[in-house]
Ligand binder design. Structure first.
Ligand SMILES: Nc1nc2c(ncn2[C@@H]2O[C@H](COP(=O)(O)OP(=O)(O)OP(=O)(O)O)[C@@H](O)[C@H]2O)c(=O)[nH]1
Ligand SMILES: [Mg+2]
Length: 440
């Protein structure tokens, strides 16, 4: 790695910054005195603006579908809630949603919001359903529909006319529309009972494929215009344990849900929705990696993106550590939830996590973030002192020192990258351990 004062422009380029950002750092390196202070201030403002953009970022997910298709159940599960938890949507065989209901994600209520759309229209001032007219529906709900970024159209069997019309309008508004067929957990035993011969030469995957094709066929029969890509159809169970475990098409669904979102919106979803599917671990890592430059740059300039609030690199690294750990499902509460789905106890999983994969001698000793960051710095050949003392030293006298910011930036990038790959590996090993010898 570069010695102090030697961070080359080549190194800056490799570190995934855009031209404007590279230019700012180059100018900072070349500037002197008052001019350097001015440029540093500009970088801070730029980083602060990114912090604001992240904090303001909103993702609205619209949900429509057949009555009783499992919309509310899924809205709860994707937010990590069971139907009896505070803030959970009402679930049941009789309750039908008749107005839009907004369900913010409990962990990021300002950023990730699910909107449950009714599938019916009521006669004025009554609870009585009237004939469905899409124009009247739009007169009432168009504004809310326009606010949404993605739409999920739910069915648990033959999809009905109303849901298809609403879905088509969403598509006409330019929204990504995904089709979810829920309750696969009950389709499976039903199939085994109804057609025991089926599984003699066919698999669960065959049944999923058939249900997907059936969904597409019925959609067309009911009036869906245009092609439906099987990649946009998802066979899932909306019950909490299956969503958390990432059963059937849940991982594919999550990928598709973020597919059309901006990079910052992706960060919102990926950092917020919990599931323990192994398939999404790498995807989470990739998204964090994509953002390393922004985090490092902001940290270098004394602010931190997108994890606002830290004023030094060690502080910023600690915030990133905590954010990544939460994103990979490695915080205690997530580990406890994971334990519920396996034959392992929460203590077994935590002991495995801390001693085997995080390589700690003991549970809960000192400041977790600092211990792990120091270990990472050690393995990268950076003494922890560099990060804890000298980097601070590098950042704050930056106004006087030449090349300081590029070097601090490159150290931060290295540590963040290592942090992500370690936590990614931890999540993967924990997942394997949690489910070994237990029924999945
Ligand atoms: N087996 C199984 N049952 C489910 C699943 N999702 C929902 N249910 C059950 O189906 C019933 C209806 O679920 P809700 O989530 O209330 O359905 P909804 O689409 O919100 O219904 P409305 O708001 O009335 O339109 C409840 O009894 C749920 O427990 C699932 O994935 N598998
Ligand atoms: Mg409902």
């Amino acid at each position: 790695m570069a010695e102090r004062g030697e961070a080359s422009t080549e190194e800056i380029r490799i570190l995934e910054m855009n031209e404007e950002e590279q230019g700012m750092l180059r100018n900072l390196a070349a500037a002197e005195g008052a001019n350097k202070a001015e440029i540093l201030k500009k970088i801070q403002e730029y980083a602060a603006e990114k912090v604001e953009a992240w904090k303001r970022q909103k993702v609205y997910v619209g949900i429509v579908g057949d009555p009783g298709a499992g919309k509310s159940t899924f809205i709860n599960s994707i937010r990590g809630l069971s139907p009896t938890d505070d803030g959970a949507a009402e679930v049941g065989l009789t309750h039908t949603t008749t107005t839009t209901t907004v369900y913010p994600h409990p962990e990021r209520p300002d950023n990730l919001i699910f909107v449950d759309f009714p599938g019916v229209l009521l006669k004025k001032g009554t609870e009585e359903e009237r004939d469905f007219d899409i124009q009247q529906y739009l007169a009432k709900f168009k504004g809310k529909m326009q606010q949404c970024h993605v739409f999920l159209v739910f069915s648990s069997g033959r999809i009905q006319h109303n849901a298809v019309q609403i879905g088509m309008k969403a598509r006409e508004m330019g929204k990504k529309v995904l089709f979810v067929r829920s309750k696969f957990d009950s389709d499976l035993p039903n199939m085994r009972k109804d057609k025991p011969q089926y599984f003699k030469d066919k698999t669960e995957a065959d049944l999923m494929e058939e249900l997907c094709q059936d969904y597409i066929k019925v959609l067309k029969e009911v009036g869906w215009k245009g092609e439906v890509n099987p990649r946009d159809v998802f066979i899932i169970s909306g019950h909490l344990d299956y969503v958390l475990k990432g059963s059937w098409d849940i991982p594919k669904f999550r990928k598709a849900m973020i597919g059309n979102l901006s990079a910052l919106q992706k960060m919102v979803v990926i950092s917020t929705c919990r599931d323990f599917s192994k398939a999404t671990i790498k995807e989470r890592g990739d998204i964090y990696r994509e953002y390393v430059w922004a985090v490092a740059m902001a940290a270098t300039a004394g602010t931190f993106v997108p994890f606002a609030g830290a004023a030094s690199i060690p502080g910023a690294l600690a915030i990133a550590y905590n954010q990544y750990r939460a994103g990979f499902g490695l915080k205690d509460d997530a580990v406890e939830q994971l334990a519920k789905m396996t034959s392992k106890s929460p203590e077994e999983l935590k002991t495995f996590l801390y001693t085997k994969v995080l390589s700690r001698a003991k549970l809960g000793r000192g400041d977790e973030a600092l211990i792990d960051i120091q270990a990472i710095c050690g393995s990268l050949g950076l003494t922890s002192a560099i990060v804890v003392d000298q980097v601070v030293d590098l950042v704050f006298p930056a106004i006087g020192a030449v090349f300081t910011a590029p070097l601090a930036y490159s150290i931060t990038v290295k540590v963040l990258r290592e942090l992500i790959s370690r936590l990614e590996k931890c999540a993967s090993e924990l997942f394997d351990y949690a489910f070994e010898e237990s029924e999945v």
